[in-house]
Write a protein that binds this ligand. Sequence first.
Ligand code: HAM
Length: 423
Amino acid sequence: MKVNSIKGMHDLFSYQVQNWKQIENLIHNFFEIHGYNEIRTPMVEKAELFKRVIGDETDIVNKEMYSWEDQSGDWISLRPELTAPSVRSYIEHNMDKLNKVTKLFYIGPAFRRERPQKGRQRQFYQYGVEAIGSEYPEQDAEVISMAYNIFDMLGVDDLKLVINSVGSTETKKKYSNILKNYLSDYIHDLSDVSKHRYANNPLRILDSKSENEQSIIKEAPSIIDSLNDFEKKHFNQVQRFLDKLNIPYTIDNQLVRGLDYYTLTTFEIRSGSIGSQDALCGGGRYNNLVEQLGGKPVPAIGFAAGMERLMMALDLDNENKDLKIDVFIVAVGDDAITNSLKICDTLRNQLGIKVMMDFSRSSFKSQMRQANKLNAEYVIILGEEEIKRKVGTIKTMSTGNQFEAPLDTIHKHFDVEPSKDDQ
Ligand code: HAM
């Protein structure tokens, strides 16, 4: 019986990898010109890290983490996101000593055992940034505008940036009580999931997708009214800077996000072009997290975006780019094969030419078909006749022109474009 891949985890084929690499390079450059440095953290961390950072009562930690007890008895988890590992590394390696503000970026896989559907996988790639060290709204504006400008630069349609402020931990607590008070009149109308959240994490009820609950929530007191003067000023300044940077946004006071670490600014960028899983990216401030994980009280903000969703929005994944090679060597017979191995080696190593040969000992005809399929620009034919005379035939596939060249110097014809004068 064959063994297939795990549900929600996908292979990327050559044509996709080519597209991905191109987009990844653009993202790398984009982050680098903003002064962010790449970090690569391990794929697995102690489970406790995510419990403490993301929150015990979140879906991610509660239901979606791949965790297991390893041989030493430690509980470890595949990372469901990259903020917690980045902050762990920042503290562990005393990055605060190097710069006042540490600016990190990452691109790598994350794992969540969610119900797979279009735009939602169990292994997906995230790219993102974490700016650790500044409490000021200009830092919020930089991070939000970077998130937005990547999509804009790549030409993603129908972008919608939504921002909110959830205030400090105290404000969130205060508002949770106000919200609970309001919802207590509707407790019997809430789903079981929301009833559970009512008791453990009431802010998350604001995220409910149910129409009935949405109509209840619409009338709920707004978190904005619970913000203190400092928090209101911070939020206003973020908006002012975004206006200056010409970044269009709307305010949604229900945007609390599914991870517990956020304070003050939260944001999401959505696109109508990718279906129901429309969040291209999400982020926000997490001013208490570094201290909560044993570091100094250092404020921070970041975002992460899903690569698969970006590729879907760009509609690149369906484009099957044809392979194209420079030279294909058609070799028939043992001596020809020996020679073609040598010529491949020389062309690749001395001239950097993309060259392939047949490894299935196929017939002459079938090898020519392979050359065509690979869009080879030139074919070198090494038949038994040619080998006896110590020559090879170079054929230009587009014109059908061909000429013979001595075997030991045949590679020299590819140092410059082979032309008729060579014949
Ligand atoms: P998040 O909203 O959980 O935030 O994920 C960020 C983005 O990752 C989403 O907007 C989406 O594009 C993508 N994503 C999440 N889950 C999946 C999935 N199952 N399949 C495909 N794509 C997915 C975070 O992860 C935070 N760490 C963001 C952050 C960074 N906040 C501050 N710094």
